[in-house]
Design a protein around this ligand. Structure first.
Ligand SMILES: Cc1cc2nc3c(=O)[nH]c(=O)nc-3n(C[C@H](O)[C@H](O)[C@H](O)COP(=O)(O)OP(=O)(O)OC[C@H]3O[C@@H](n4cnc5c(N)ncnc54)[C@H](O)[C@@H]3O)c2cc1C
Ligand code: FES
Length: 250
């Protein structure tokens, strides 16, 4: 359920090059699900900025974001004690029930990795066994390897080979055995994971306008399901409804 509230920044600290971890304290009455996102109003910017919830507890949530432009740059300069206007409870999130009894792999690339951490914690709490495959372009962008390693076997890959295997996430997927995947990351990576075949769920960090279904700016064609608004009926799509040749109806 969508809720708007003010959250106080408890910490806002660098994790890796251009990557920040922010903890927000405030009402957690929107029953967050792994894979959901929040939409943050940043002073001086008309459009809110969508960021995935990485993890949460009864009174706070963590987000991890990369400085991609002026909005996230302004966010990185905010200090503990400052307040943010946040829309919460957005998006469908991952459906864990579809992976019951499967050999699960979580496949994350760059700032697509944060929502998979919350998912991993939920899977572990549910007693599921799973592996994480985490990829970055360069070693200095890597984060949360220890956190993932504490909850599951974790394989790391970087394009520059600075940490883990040199290559891309699909190089590792070809080496391991799995029959269900959850993935989030840049769209070319999602497509490469999808092209390996099998069933899974893919989370799309598509460009958004309103973030809650009003502007149609995020509409995408899906297989058999007509157009879907990624902010409402996504960001997570099942592999059997994904159309990578989709047309943006904006
Ligand atoms: C559902 C969802 C979840 C997201 N979760 C995270 C997250 O957990 N951590 C994180 O760092 N980022 C996340 N993003 C991406 C984040 O919203 C954008 O990076 C951010 O809005 C950029 O704002 P800006 O003002 O800094 O950059 P802008 O000035 O708006 O853009 C700077 C550059 O980033 C590109 N860009 C802007 N928005 C996106 C986008 N949505 N996807 C890809 N490129 C974009 C622009 O094309 C431009 O090149 C998510 C996006 C969505 C839709
Ligand atoms: S971003 Fe406005 S409808 Fe999805």
């Amino acid at each position: 359920m969508k809720k708007q509230a003010f959250y106080e920044i408890k910490r806002n600290q660098p994790l890796a090059r251009d990557i920040f971890l922010m903890t927000l304290v405030g009402p957690m009455n929107f029953e967050p699900r792994p894979g959901q996102f929040i939409n943050i109003k940043i002073d001086g910017f008309y459009l809110r900025r969508p960021i995935s919830i990485c993890s949460f507890d009864e009174d706070s949530m963590d987000i991890i974001y990369k400085i991609a432009g002026n909005g996230t740059d302004a966010l990185s300069k905010m200090s503990p004690g400052q307040k943010l206007d946040v829309l919460c409870g957005l998006g469908n999130g991952f459906d864990l029930s579809l992976a019951e009894g499967r050999r699960i792999v979580l496949v994350g690339g760059g700032v697509g990795i944060p929502p998979l951490y919350g998912l991993g914690k939920a899977l572990k709490a549910a007693g599921a066994e799973f592996t994480a495959v985490l990829g970055w372009q360069t070693h200095d962008q890597a984060f949360f390897i220890d956190e993932f390693s504490a909850i599951c076997p974790t394989r790391v890959v970087t394009n520059d080979g600075g940490i883990g295997k040199k290559g891309v996430v699909t190089d590792i997927l070809r080496e391991i055995s799995y029959d269900y995947y959850f993935t989030c990351g840049p769209e070319p990576m999602l497509k490469a994971v999808y092209d390996l075949g099998g069933n899974g769920q893919l989370s799309f960090e598509a460009r958004m306008g309103c973030g809650f279904g009003a502007c149609m700016g995020c509409s995408r064609k899906t297989l058999g399901g007509g157009s879907k608004r990624i902010c409402m009926q996504g960001p997570v799509l099942r592999s059997d409804e994904v159309l990578f040749s989709w047309i943006n109806l904006e």
